[in-house]
Design a protein around this ligand. Structure first.
Ligand SMILES: [Zn+2]
Length: 309
């Protein structure tokens, strides 16, 4: 390229004539390199903050899934059914205790009745077979037989009372067994439903955790540990968006001057919310700063480029 051509090119200000001659535009080219480097740094910084926001979004989603899993309605229902089953078992045990007393009394009465009957039968046979037995002895046997009959009647009455008392207990025991069976069925159904619901959430969780690991890798370690510490301390949110004038972490408005300052910082600058201490990320990239040197179509003039530094 000749000097004339350079002069012509510069004078005419041909738009888009980027092929500048070496030597003459060294300073401008150097400035462009620096601008390009700083633009690249801005893009990288912005990318890191975007990854941090993505990490936060994934952590929030994971927390919500974990919470949903812990609070599944089937789990509460299962707890209710388990409590009802325990209650039924306690009532069954009470009924069994009451029944056992009555059953034991019934067994004793029936054994006494059998003994009295046997004794009476022996006496009766002896009386009928007794020829020539003295009248006094016969009278004694007759008295005993009468006495045994009376006692037998009393014991049979008592036995009947025991049977009557057992009836409601048997009915209650049958009702409790039916209740127990119904609760057992309900419990099995709920366990199945809970297992399905948990499996569904677990599948979602594993997808989110894989995405989280990828997002975490895109955030430098020092920023990530700062984020993790904030998140642990501040209810699961370590990084918040600056939406308008408001921090999405604490939902408080920042002073306009502070918002203006933040929005004019080089993209990728890590900012802290004054109110809650969370990392604050402006929602849209700042329009000022990095792009003006590259965006100008007449950027070949040396004064414009060098003033950017
Ligand atoms: Zn805040």
């Amino acid at each position: 390229m000749t000097g004339e051509e350079r002069a012509t090119g510069r004078n005419e200000h041909v738009p888009g004539a980027d092929d500048r001659a070496p030597g003459a535009d060294d300073r401008a080219a150097g400035a462009d390199d620096r601008a390009a480097t700083s633009a690249q740094a801005s893009v990288d910084g912005r990318r890191v903050l975007d990854a941090l926001l993505e990490l936060q979004d994934l952590d929030t989603a994971i927390s919500q899934l974990e919470h949903r899993k812990a609070a599944l309605p089937e789990r509460q229902e299962l707890a209710r059914v388990a409590a009802a089953l325990q209650d039924v078992e306690a009532r069954v045990s009470q009924v069994e205790t009451s029944r056992a007393v009555l059953v034991e009394r019934q067994r004793a009465l029936e054994s006494e009745i059998a003994a009295a009957t046997a004794r009476r039968e022996v006496l009766e046979q002896r009386m009928y077979a007794a020829r020539g037995t003295p009248a006094r002895e016969l009278q004694a046997m007759d008295d005993e037989i009468r006495h045994l009959r009376e006692r037998q009647d009393q014991m049979e009455d008592a036995d009947l009372e025991v049977m009557v008392a057992l009836e409601p207990l048997d009915a209650e025991r049958a009702a409790l067994e039916a209740e127990n069976a119904a609760l057992g069925t309900e419990s099995a159904q709920l366990r199945g439903a809970l297992r399905d619901a948990e499996a569904e959430i677990d599948a979602e969780l594993s997808v989110q955790r894989v995405a989280r690991a990828a997002a975490a890798n895109a955030v430098p370690e020092d920023l990530r540990s700062r984020y993790d510490a904030l998140r642990a301390r501040l209810g699961g949110t370590g990084a918040a968006r600056l939406v308008g004038n408001r921090c999405s972490g604490c939902h408080l408005e920042l002073p306009s001057m502070e918002v203006d300052r933040i929005r004019h910082l080089p993209p990728g600058t890590v900012v802290t919310c004054e109110q809650c201490g969370r990392i604050l990320v402006p929602t849209s990239p700042s329009p000022a700063g990095s792009s003006s040197a590259d965006a100008s179509p007449s950027g070949s003039s040396s004064e414009g480029s060098s003033s950017e530094d």
